[in-house]
Design a protein around this ligand. Structure first.
Ligand SMILES: [Zn+2]
Length: 371
């Protein structure tokens, strides 16, 4: 459920990135050092920027306290429901007196690093959680876990033993282990809504592709855009087909989202969930589109001969050492791109029987012009 795309360079510790990495071409870092893990710094327009530690290479998530109308705060995103985050929040709740000043929690999407602490913080501070209907439903599905028959039919469609893939990634029950619960949402975030409880008039936009109903917040008057995982400075948001989602086309949705984000003013300051705030949204969008387009071309090149999902994933991510979770993300990305091309008639599916005893025929994909 990490947002890190395994095709990217290995993630680096955010603090070291801040020291050594210049901003990518066309982008410029906001001139403020990130807060330490578990700490906060004052940001512009009265916002506070907090960093919650995450286990693993992703290192941290940025969460934001937005000034509420009158007094108090709205929190955007929460961290994963794991001991390091609980410990960080124990200190931050006290330091910012959130039990008396928090007015509500906004969650961009259901992935555990964003949603994981929402239930615990909502209970502790006696506030409500707001997220989109789609994100809340996806969180409920993930919490419930996939039924074995769903995994079997998904795996059969793509020629994978998907239950085994999940088990190798230790992912079958992972979601439930890293979130503090699924809180009720009585007032879902709506696309086009302008928040009224906050000091600034934040507009809500909802995006599919990386996650269902991912909310972004845009304060055009202040030139601020809270991007969640929709627009990250140095890593690509993972775009995967999941068993629970059915045969939607998340890559098409992601392209739509990228096109929609071009409405951002060119001088917008982007506040991402991972990495540093930056200017240069349009340069980053150009690069993201180009990366996906290049991958589609690469797939069509590999599909000059029939290729299974697993074979294609190995070709696309060759030379990279993928652990269980990253292998799962790589497979999800591979399927999303294959599905996109198959839906457009650029790839065709052929069934090639496995000769090994006990194995069913696995679908393979070939360039349509060669079929
Ligand atoms: Zn995410």
């Amino acid at each position: 459920m990490s947002c890190a795309c395994p095709r990217d360079e290995p993630l680096v510790n955010a603090a070291s990135m801040a020291r050594v990495r210049p901003a990518p071409p066309g982008m410029e870092w906001y001139p403020l050092a990130p807060p330490a893990l578990g700490a906060a710094v004052d940001f512009q327009d009265g916002l506070r920027w907090l960093r919650i530690p995450l286990p693993g290479r992703l290192d941290h998530i940025n969460v934001w306290l937005l000034p509420a109308q009158g007094s108090g705060w709205w929190l955007v995103d929460t961290g994963m429901g794991v001991p390091v985050a609980h410990a960080a929040w124990d200190a931050l709740v006290q330091e910012h007196a959130l039990e008396s000043t928090l007015r509500g929690i906004l969650v961009t999407h259901h992935h555990p690093d964003h949603f994981g602490m929402a239930a615990a913080l909502a209970t502790r501070c006696d506030v409500e959680v707001r997220m989109s209907r789609e994100a809340h439903r996806a969180g409920g599905w993930a919490y419930a876990g996939n039924a074995p028959e769903l995994l079997a039919s998904f795996g059969a469609h793509w020629g994978l033993d998907y239950a085994r893939v999940l088990d190798q990634a230790n992912a079958r029950h992972l979601f439930r282990q890293v979130i503090s619960g699924v809180p009720p949402v009585t007032q879902p975030l709506e696309d086009g809504e302008v928040l009224t409880g906050t000091d600034l008039p934040w507009s809500v936009t909802l995006h599919d592709g990386h996650a269902e109903g991912h909310a972004c917040l845009y304060a055009a008057t202040a030139g601020l855009f809270i991007a969640g995982d929709e627009l990250l400075p140095t890593i690509s948001s993972n775009v995967s087909v999941y068993a629970q989602s059915g045969l939607v086309d998340p890559l098409e949705d992601h392209f739509k989202s990228v096109r929609r984000l071009r409405m951002l003013s060119t001088d917008t300051l982007v506040l991402p969930a991972h990495g540093r705030p930056f200017y240069g949204a349009h340069a980053r969008l150009d690069l993201l589109e180009a990366e996906h387009a290049a991958r589609l071309v690469e797939i069509l090149e590999h599909a000059s001969e029939p290729c299974s999902v697993m074979e294609m994933s190995t070709k696309l991510f060759r030379g990279r050492t993928l652990d269980g979770m990253n292998q799962l993300l790589a497979l999800g990305e591979t399927i999303a791109h294959l599905h996109y091309l198959e839906r457009r008639g650029e790839l065709q599916r052929v069934e090639v029987a496995h000769h090994a005893a006990g194995q069913e025929a696995a679908p393979r994909f070939i360039r349509a012009t060669l079929a």
